[in-house]
Design a binder for this molecule. Sequence first.
Ligand SMILES: Cc1cc2nc3c(=O)[nH]c(=O)nc-3n(C[C@H](O)[C@H](O)[C@H](O)COP(=O)(O)O)c2cc1C
Length: 148
Amino acid sequence: MTIIFGTETGNSEMVADDLCISLEQKGITGRVVGMEDYDVEKLGQEAMAIMVTSTYGEGELPNTAQPFAEALETSKPDLSSMHFAAFGLGDSTYETYNRGIDTLIEKLVDLGATQVGLTGHHDADSGLDAAVVAVDWLKGIFVEAEAS
Ligand SMILES: Cc1cc2nc3c(=O)[nH]c(=O)nc-3n(C[C@H](O)[C@H](O)[C@H](O)COP(=O)(O)O)c2cc1C
């Protein structure tokens, strides 16, 4: 399973790495890739991916996610076979709390992808560790998938 992250200061990458470790503990091989290194033409081949991104500026995607989002708009890959789970990092002291992940989800769904489970969120203002929150969220996604 591929974990694709967008980040400005590295928190989303740490989350992606810990999600990968958590997957491997379940016997699932994971691969972590930054959005800046990911070719959107390959996205349609991901049967199941985990998307992780923070929010920057005023509700925008972080630097490494912006070219990825633009490439989605221009290449318009067919994502009808792709499933994905989504986790966002933000800070609730901003009015635009966690808008980045919602922007990304909208783009993927517009191209035909199917979201699995509820979007996970980390709030930097909570004082909680982002990776701990993300790994707990992923466990919930698995419980939901097993129940359905
Ligand atoms: C300049 C700046 C702007 C930010 N803008 C937002 C924002 O609009 N909405 C939000 O929810 N979080 C915002 N954040 C919080 C970041 O998303 C949060 O710190 C996150 O953990 C950063 O993750 P990253 O290191 O992967 O980029 C902002 C942080 C900074 C420093």
